[in-house]
Design a protein around this ligand. Structure first.
Ligand SMILES: Cc1cc2nc3c(=O)[nH]c(=O)nc-3n(C[C@H](O)[C@H](O)[C@H](O)COP(=O)(O)OP(=O)(O)OC[C@H]3O[C@@H](n4cnc5c(N)ncnc54)[C@H](O)[C@@H]3O)c2cc1C
Length: 363
């Protein structure tokens, strides 16, 4: 029995009500979390703004700049939608030659959509995959940790909704091994009969983009919490995905110039009359955005376990089963800039998940 989104958002669901799960969760294989199975730990800095991402046109020394940056913890998810909206701004000019600044997921998708709209595109970037923040993402399809509800305007929320819808549709055209995108269940496990993941300012208006929501009560699921809310999402394999986007871009005649840019004057001196600014955290210094801040995230990756075919989300961390390994994460450190993995955090994230999955019922 699927429960209505209003019920998920409500504070409490009581066992025995129609909205309460009537089926048992299917069989789920627990993750084997051994500290010696950690193959690598990565650190990325999410480009976050309380007011949400910047997607608008501006002028710079006679050129048009379309800004598309600051997607926080949801840039992989929102990339296609924001790229399409950025291309609509670009099409309002007469210019058909574009410089895309940045080669993370935002730059690559913006470049691809501009190509599809008839633009001749050159990417300028300091780092290219696999050295971008985008390669250090989870990456679940979920436009979350993108803005703070106290700071986001109604106009931003409308743009966010549109970008999420467009991305949701576009990602479904990329499902399969070629791009490394697949449907998968996520279980939000907690002791209260509600999903905090699905009942915040970001996710509540988007329940239609999280299919098959179902709440399981005590005894109906294998997790060591009283309740688990299941929903369907997409999982993206960042390394495979970004490599494929690069190939698509190059196949269509795109050029890449590896170059660090330092000033607005340097940018306005580029040959191309149209600039798409997709520099993520780099936009702070390049364009003087003082509210853009890093939110540091650390992931520890265990050797792959193909039998694990679901995600988990708890108050203490998340687990994403990718083909390149079991990703354990869930850290959000505002303002932190170190790219060096923190050993205490590795021990904590691994320990939390070891305790969680050891207590999970198998079969
Ligand atoms: C641990 C972690 C987990 C995450 N999980 C998810 C998730 O599950 N789902 C999701 O949707 N998102 C997730 N994210 C967020 C996502 O990774 C980001 O929102 C996204 O990568 C931002 O993409 P971007 O292209 O703007 O930035 P980047 O990937 O950082 O790309 C920026 C580009 O701009 C270039 N650049 C910057 N400054 C300059 C300069 N001065 N000159 C030239 N080039 C420059 C860089 O070299 C790079 O090419 C996660 C992030 C982290 C860290």
């Amino acid at each position: 029995v699927s429960i209505a989104s209003a019920a998920v958002a409500s504070a409490v669901l009581r066992p025995g009500t129609a909205a309460f799960g009537a089926e048992r969760a299917r069989r789920l294989v627990p993750v084997d979390v051994a500290p010696e199975s950690v193959t690598r730990t990565t650190v990325g800095l999410r480009p976050y703004r309380d007011a949400g991402f910047v997607l608008r046109a501006a002028s710079l020394g006679g050129k048009t700049v379309v800004h598309n940056y600051g997607h926080g913890g949801g840039g992989m998810t929102l990339s296609w939608g924001c790229a399409i909206l950025a291309s609509e701004l670009a099409l309002q000019t007469e210019k058909r030659r574009a410089a895309v600044l940045g080669s993370g997921v935002i730059g690559l998708t913006t470049a691809r959509v501009l190509q599809d709209r008839g633009f001749d595109v050159t990417i300028y970037a300091r780092d290219v995959p696999p050295e971008t923040t985008s390669n250090k993402s989870g990456a679940q399809w979920s436009p979350t940790s993108v803005f703070s509800s106290a700071s986001a305007t109604d106009a931003f929320r409308a743009q966010y909704r549109r970008a999420a819808e467009l991305s949701y549709a576009r990602y479904q055209t990329l499902l399969g091994k070629a791009y490394g995108v697949r449907w998968i269940e996520n279980y939000d496990c907690r002791d209260e009969p509600r999903s905090s993941f699905l009942s915040n300012a970001e996710t509540t208006p988007l329940h239609d983009l999280y299919p098959q929501i179902q709440l399981y009560g005590p005894g109906e699921h294998p997790f060591p919490t009283r309740y688990a809310t299941r929903f369907l999402t997409m999982l993206i394999e960042p390394n495979r995905y970004l490599r494929r986007l690069q190939e698509d871009y190059l196949e269509r005649g795109g050029r890449v110039v590896v170059r660090e840019l330092h000033t607005a004057a340097e940018i306005s001196a580029l040959d191309e009359p149209l600039i798409a600014n997709c520099t993520g955290l780099g936009a702070g210094t390049l364009f003087g955005d003082t509210v853009l801040e890093p939110v540091r995230g650390q992931l520890s990756v265990l050797a792959p376990q193909p039998a694990v075919d679901y995600l988990t989300f708890t108050q203490r961390g998340y687990m994403f089963p990718r083909s390149d390994g079991i990703v354990l994460g869930g850290t959000f450190e505002h303002g932190a800039t170190s790219l060096v993995p923190d050993q205490a955090t590795i021990a904590r994230i691994v320990g939390v998940h070891r305790a969680f999955f050891s207590a999970m019922r198998a079969g």
